[in-house]
Design a binder for this molecule. Structure first.
Ligand SMILES: NC(=O)c1ccc[n+]([C@@H]2O[C@H](COP(=O)([O-])OP(=O)(O)OC[C@H]3O[C@@H](n4cnc5c(N)ncnc54)[C@H](OP(=O)(O)O)[C@@H]3O)[C@@H](O)[C@H]2O)c1
Length: 347
């Protein structure tokens, strides 16, 4: 554990070199990690752990596209790929990577196999934090741990293949064996750095973040600006380039490289003056929305909405239809065209 100063606040973090792969292999050498769920996060973590030499099996319901995907990725039915119940029975670390609604539906099946000394692992604090809504109450004689990668499943795998990592948070809800800490750090192997959290803080920040700046807010604010430009007579090309393309291609990478001030410093002084003046205005406008959002998360309202919607048998179709509407809007059709026209795409 290293204490690191983040802008004047000291935090406990675990750096990669503090918990090397050999140590993780030693900790998990007698364990079978059963990755339950082969959606987005399941494949990334299962493949990374397998490639790192751990004993991994996959549990996935069938028939389903996710099962077929697992077979395509080299998991062998009856050997390393099983139905959920069989995998839960065989695993000593149960990596519960079903969708949040799937975790609720499969809980009675999985719970039966959570015998003394096993570990129940999550990548999200949802199931445990909103236990009134989910009914996920683990037995006392197991470890309950969490590693939540701060990125999409695709990035978790992509960064692994590139020899990089992705930052993750970790938490221990229950340490029954006395080894929960080693287990959680071993399974979090390959992360960039690991920072400590609780199940509750993980889920509150995660649900707020994805509804906020990471996805919901960015989509909303981009739509608002694009629509304004169109209403005022600007062409789709101008509206899209000035709203999305310049952000993703030029400015966001600069923020990633060296911070917001550095991105500002690399724009014209006219842009800097205006952006500094308007930043506060935008912040004030959205602060109440963020307050409302956090309240909705903390009260369990967001959890109830998600559970209700994503427990329906056609939940994927419904999400797919809404994404299709987005894809087929003028703004995002323009985006597709703009991407096609990127110089590197034109031979
Ligand atoms: N997605 C990410 O990038 C990401 C990032 C960080 C943390 N996480 C966390 O990782 C966990 C898994 O997330 P995910 O995005 O990988 O989930 P997902 O893609 O939504 O998960 C789908 C998985 O759950 C199964 N499933 C859904 N409903 C089910 C049901 N009623 N009964 C049995 N199985 C069911 C699916 O099987 P079928 O295909 O057969 O429906 C599939 O295996 C979540 O706790 C999530 O919060 C995800």
């Amino acid at each position: 554990m290293t204490k690191i100063n983040f802008g004047g606040v000291s935090e406990n973090v675990v750096m990669r070199e503090e918990f090397p792969l050999e140590k993780a292999r030693e900790v998990l050498k007698n364990e079978t990690i059963a990755v339950i769920g082969y959606g987005v996060q399941g494949p990334a973590q299962a493949l990374n752990l397998r490639d790192n030499g751990f004993n991994v099996i996959v549990g996935q319901r069938k028939p389903s596209k996710s099962w077929d995907k697992a077979v395509k990725d080299g998991w062998k039915p009856g050997k390393t790929l099983f139905e959920v119940e069989e995998a839960a029975k065989k695993g000593t670390v149960i990596s519960y990577l079903l969708s949040d609604a799937g975790q609720i539906a499969s809980w009675p099946t999985v719970k039966k196999h959570l015998t003394a000394g096993k570990a129940l692992y999550f990548s999200h604090g949802f199931g445990i934090t909103f236990l009134k809504e989910t009914g996920i109450i683990p037995p006392k004689n197991i470890d309950v741990i969490l590693v939540a990668p701060k990125g999409a499943g695709r990035t978790v795998r992509k960064h692994f293949l590139e020899g990089r990592g992705i930052n993750s948070s970790y938490a221990i809800f229950q340490d029954s064996t006395g080894h929960a800490k080693d287990r959680v750090l071993a399974i979090g192997i390959g992360s960039g750095y690991l920072f400590e959290t609780t199940f509750k803080n993980e889920v509150y920040s995660d649900l707020t973040g994805e509804r906020g700046v990471l996805m919901g807010a960015i989509a909303g604010i981009m739509e608002a600006q694009y629509n304004l430009f169109r209403k005022k007579g600007h062409s789709p090309s101008e509206a899209f380039n000035e709203t999305v393309e310049e952000a993703t291609q030029s400015l966001i990478p600069l923020i990633s490289e060296n911070g917001m001030d550095w991105m500002f410093a690399n724009c014209s002084t006219t842009a800097q003056r205006g952006a500094l003046d308007w930043k506060g205005e935008f912040r004030k406008a959205v602060e109440p929305v963020f307050e409302k959002l956090y309240r909705s998360v903390a009260s369990g309202k967001e959890a109830r909405k998600v559970i209700k919607a994503n427990s329906k048998p056609n939940y994927r179709e419904k999400l797919g239809n809404e994404l299709k509407m987005m894809r087929e809007s003028e703004m995002w059709k323009t985006g597709a065209k703009v991407r096609e026209l990127r110089p590197e795409k034109i031979k």
